[in-house]
Design a protein around this ligand. Sequence first.
Ligand code: RP5
Length: 165
Amino acid sequence: MKKVAVVLGSDSDLKVVEKTISTLKEFSVPYEVHILSAHRTPDQLTAFAKSAESSDISLIIAAAGKAAHLGGVIASHTVLPVIAIPIDSSLNGLDALLSTVQMPSGIPVATVAVNGALNAALLAIQILSINEPVLLEKLKIYRQNNTQAVLEKNNIIEEIFNIKR
Ligand code: RP5
């Protein structure tokens, strides 16, 4: 299986992106992690994005806050899918969300919710599962477990609040 590249605009994004990394690990998806910035390391980011396709990378997850151009800049240099996580570094993440999601036609970036680290990993795994039946099965089990967990919570809350039925 090819690797997922996780790119952070700053080490300060790591506390959110840890969930992305741990989820990829949970599904045994190979990954690599980089700190590269659209503004602070533009040359290195461009070199990374241009070489990603030939570097055994299947898709890229880009996490950045504030004027978050990381996902868009990467997407402009590669046709690999780019999933972006707007990070709440200021303004409740609204600045990063709009900077990330409002891409011009022709250069898509799949943007998850502000700090949506788990969903970024799951979306990446869902894309990979098109060619990886093992991941497809793991995703189905993950969903079933999710459903079960909610139903168990529902049982508890119903017992607490609906004593009379
Ligand atoms: C963005 O600016 C980073 O992705 C981070 O979310 C934010 C703040 O970066 P630091 O000043 O903490 O390095 O580029």
